[in-house]
Write a protein that binds this ligand. Structure first.
Ligand code: SF4
Length: 459
């Protein structure tokens, strides 16, 4: 069941499209994002990012106001570009649009072309991306910017043995885990966008305006000659898919996989790597897989009582629905605020064999999610801080994952990828169920006893 018929959005379950674009640009070395729109848009994006990542995160703005809304914002954009180039000296300047810029019809390609032609710009690439928030969520913004980055740098080059690894919006800890798995196999790779250091900087004493780290642009240019692209984007719309672009334009084979979260999903990743390298799965990963299996056996008797609500960005939601299903905690509700993903179709296949039916919600909000949680007697949730009302109003604990997490610390360090990350998640999930059970079962028993006494008394 979807709730497409509901036209009003109350307490939304997604964040805005340019924010996803900003985060993707943070994964390119030397990049600085600029939001073409009002101050309020970039302030909101800064606030959401800083609260989640606990880092100083600069996001520039062209600061449009009423005047530019009527007369056009090209002058402001030029000033903003001048200032960002002077103050930050970026190698890459990612310009994302907002609802306002798109509504007044700003022609980004023409404006950026005109700006570049009038100057002798060396050592900086300016990449515009259209991200009208009324047309998509942060998830689409992230894919759109990642594809724009690939399209900008892609050029014909020599074939090589490396692989491309393209990720959706996941935590820096998960990026590091995926890189560790890749390193264990010994494969050469380019991971894009890599914000594992830029959005989770180690304390080093020396502050720099642009954080070190990120995918090198020279490596992005070489993605066209790779042996294959592994893209964790089974819910990614075709027209936004960077891997599909590399396949269609440069013939790079695309291996589109779910995120390696869960036993089966991680198996698919390690099997793909095995086929690409011609080597068996490294011993370290075999041991970690064994630990995960052991943990699944330990936890299944508790997880069978779990009826989770899973919400957030489509690719994460799909991965966590898989983990829950393979651990016997059949999802009660699976929901995303995004409208254009393939999530519902993918979930129908995943959950087809389940004996209990799940409520599937796309383009939804927290009012609909809360109501579905109550009607399905859900007893646990997995998602970001937007769902904290499930706990406050309904007593349903939320195991934090995704973005944004602003009511806990460590959102950037939440590890769920790979065998080791799945095991860590499984412990968090099972312990949340147990905590809920032990916090309330004596009270339940007492209420049942009192009911019993009063029924006997009535007789
Ligand atoms: S106005 Fe649009 S772009 Fe700006 S913060 Fe709101 S949703 Fe995002």
């Amino acid at each position: 069941m979807t709730d497409k018929a509901r036209m009003v959005n109350e307490n939304q379950c997604q964040m805005c499209m340019p924010l996803g674009g900003v985060l993707a640009f943070k994964g390119v070395e030397g990049a600085m994002p600029l939001v073409h729109g009002s101050q309020g848009c970039s302030t909101y994006m800064r606030l959401a990012s800083v609260e989640h990542y606990n880092e100083p995160i600069d996001i520039a703005s062209s600061s449009l106001n009423e005047k530019q809304t009527i007369h056009g914002g090209e002058g402001n954009l030029r000033k903003a570009l001048d200032n960002v180039l002077r103050i930050y000296q970026p190698k890459v300047l990612g310009v994302v649009t907002t609802c306002l810029a798109e509504t007044i019809g700003e022609d980004m390609q023409r404006m950026i072309k005109g700006y570049v032609e009038g100057r002798n710009l060396k050592g900086v690439d300016i990449i515009p991306v259209n991200t009208p928030s009324y047309a998509g969520s942060q998830s689409e913004g992230f894919w759109a910017a990642t594809r724009a980055i690939v399209e900008y740098y892609a050029r014909p080059g020599g074939k090589h043995d490396g692989v491309n690894v393209i990720i959706p919006h996941i935590s820096p800890a998960d990026i590091r885990e995926i890189k560790r798995i890749l390193d264990l196999t010994g494969i050469e790779y380019t991971l894009l966008p890599d914000y594992s250091m830029t959005l989770d900087r180690p304390y080093g004493g020396q502050y720099t305006k642009i954080a070190p780290g990120g995918t090198r642009t020279a490596d992005i240019a070489r993605m066209t000659g790779a042996k294959a692209t592994i893209q964790f984007g089974t819910t990614c719309p075709e027209e936004l898919s960077p891997g599909r672009y590399l396949q269609q334009e440069y013939g790079v084979p695309l291996i589109n996989l779910p995120l390696p979260i869960g036993l089966e999903n991680t198996d698919r990743f390690t099997e793909a790597l095995g086929q690409l390298t011609g080597l068996p799965v490294p011993d370290t990963l075999v041991i970690e897989r064994g630990w995960l299996l052991d943990a699944m056996a330990d936890a299944h008797k508790y997880n069978a009582e779990g009826r989770p609500v899973i919400y957030g960005e489509p690719e994460l939601v799909y991965a966590f629905a898989s983990v829950c299903a393979e651990n016997g905690a059949y999802p009660a509700v699976v929901a995303t605020g995004t409208s254009s993903s393939q999530l519902t179709a993918r979930l129908r296949l995943l959950l087809a064999e389940a004996d209990r039916k799940s409520v599937l919600l796309e383009e939804t909000d927290f009012t609909a999610i809360e109501s579905a949680a109550v009607s399905t007697a859900a007893n646990i949730a997995i998602g970001h801080s937007g769902g904290k009302y499930l706990t406050e109003r309904r007593g349903i604990p939320v195991v934090r994952m995704g973005f944004p997490i602003h009511d806990r610390i460590g959102g950037q360090r939440i590890l769920s990828a790979g065998y080791a990350g799945t095991l860590a998640f499984l412990d968090r999930f099972t312990n949340a169920l147990l905590e809920q059970k032990y916090a309330s079962y004596r009270q339940l028993k007492r209420e049942q006893l009192l009911d019993h006494i009063s029924i006997e008394g009535d007789q």
